[in-house]
Design a protein around this ligand. Structure first.
Ligand SMILES: [Fe+2]
Ligand SMILES: [Fe+2]
Length: 204
């Protein structure tokens, strides 16, 4: 599906790392998923989407989806540099950047922008499902869809590639670093998410 030059330039300005994707076709498809994803939800613009809506800590400990996405992408690039230069591990940078930039794109549809109610996408399918569906719909490589569907600690399918593991780790260290920055005490309260037997339980 063709996207307008205005939409394309706007999405590129929101996520600067897109310019580092060397494969022109992959870069265009990532931008298309953001543009079409916004249309599937009812937010007016990507800038209005919070990293996490309706969570117990979202009033005090919150930031925008754009900031979170760019933080995760920067962190993923740093981990990839370490993997390549220190551990001599190959990383497909186009796949990594595409996956990092799209890892939470489903937040365009998980919450109703007006009522803040959770949508059926949130209630009936696991986080990452819509993102992977959109990646495949717009013919991004399967390895990008894999990153999106496996990036959380809740994911039924664990990370099977270097790029998926990097994005997963970048997502969690970024979120926890922000939690520490915004209030160390929060990390140890009942309201913070905790791991139990490998599953995250959200605080009450
Ligand atoms: Fe996520
Ligand atoms: Fe995330």
């Amino acid at each position: 599906m063709a996207i307008s030059e205005v939409d394309k330039k706007h999405v590129e300005s929101l996520f600067p790392a897109l310019n580092e994707i060397k494969d022109f076709s992959i870069r265009e498809k990532v931008i298309t998923v953001w543009v079409e994803g916004l249309k599937d939800g009812n937010y007016d613009k990507i800038e209005d989407i919070a990293w996490m809506e309706r969570q117990p800590w979202s009033n005090k400990y919150t930031w925008s989806l754009i900031d979170h996405t760019n933080q995760v992408t920067s962190c993923a690039l740093a981990i990839a540099k370490f993997a390549k230069e220190v551990m001599a591990i190959e990383v497909n940078m186009d796949i990594l950047i595409a996956g990092a930039c799209l890892h939470d794109v489903d937040k365009t549809v998980l919450c109703d922008a007006k009522t803040k109610e959770r949508t059926d996408w949130y209630k009936k399918l696991p986080h990452g499902t819509y993102s992977a569906y959109m990646a495949l719909k717009y013919e991004l490589p399967l390895d990008v869809a894999h990153i999106l569907v496996s990036h959380t600690a809740f994911s039924a399918k664990r990370q099977q590639t270097v790029e998926a593991l990097i994005v997963h780790m970048a997502d969690y260290i970024t979120a926890d670093l922000r939690n520490l920055k915004e209030g160390v005490d929060f990390m140890f309260t009942a309201q913070a998410p905790h791991y139990f037997d490998g599953v995250i339980k959200l605080g009450t």
